[in-house]
Design a protein around this ligand. Structure first.
Ligand code: URA
Length: 221
């Protein structure tokens, strides 16, 4: 499994806005949309290109490219915090099919010794998954990897895609280990794209330094 950290100054500036506690709800949500778009630009580097020639309005030919397989993309939004990032990704993948999984960490039961949470899956709506599909799972805060583990298991029941991409704002070493293990067990080809890997998770399962509760901050509580 590959892990790609986006070091582009634009991405890091957006991440800084997100981390800053003085960033208000509207700017926070807009920054998640911006980050989704930037992640989309990075993810598209993995797509095959087709060389094409077009005629310009000046009546001459220009060599160019088309991105292949854009119609094989399935974006899976993990409700609710991923919604704004999906909005940004859709700008880059306008032909994507979309799925929704509402998966909630059961915080009342607390974090377990192995740094995992029980996950309640409340709603799943997915298009069918084909062997050529690139599945982008959107979840801004991948803290323990428990939610992604559950999402991957749910997706696996709907078919097996070609490539599974996790699009996140911040993740952690604990989450990366867990996702790697699950991906290997399920035999999935996976890549994590993220703007940062933060070192710690606190006792409530929040990423430190992190950015707080992404859902609360994006949606106003
Ligand atoms: N979800 C969040 O919104 N923030 C965290 O730090 C961890 C999970």
């Amino acid at each position: 499994m590959d892990v790609r950290v986006l070091t582009h100054p634009y991405v890091q500036a957006v991440l800084t806005e997100l981390r800053d506690k003085s960033t208000g709800q509207i700017e926070f949500r807009k920054s998640l949309v911006r980050l989704g778009r930037a992640l989309g630009f990075e993810i598209i580097r993995d797509f095959e290109l087709e060389r094409v020639t077009v005629e310009t309005p000046l009546g001459v030919c220009a060599e160019g490219v088309k991105i292949k397989d854009l119609d094989r993309v399935l974006i899976v939004t993990v409700l609710r915090a991923a919604w704004p990032m999906t909005e940004g990704l859709i700008k880059i993948f306008p032909k994507a099919r979309q799925g929704i999984i509402s998966a909630r960490r059961v915080e009342e039961r607390g974090m377990k010794e192995d740094m995992s949470f029980d996950i309640d899956v409340e709603y799943v709506r997915l298009p069918s998954i084909g062997t050529e599909d690139v599945i982008i799972i959107v979840d801004p805060m991948v803290a323990t990897g428990s939610t992604i583990e559950t999402v991957l298991k749910v997706l696996n029941k709907h078919g097996k895609g070609k490539h599974y991409i996790i699009a996140s704002a911040i993740t952690t070493p604990v989450a990366i280990d867990r996702i790697r293990r699950v991906g290997e067990n399920l035999g999935l080809n996976m890549t994590i794209y993220t703007a940062a890997i933060d070192p710690q998770i606190n006792e409530r399962g929040y990423i430190v330094p992190g950015l707080g509760d992404a859902g609360d901050r994006a949606f106003g509580g």
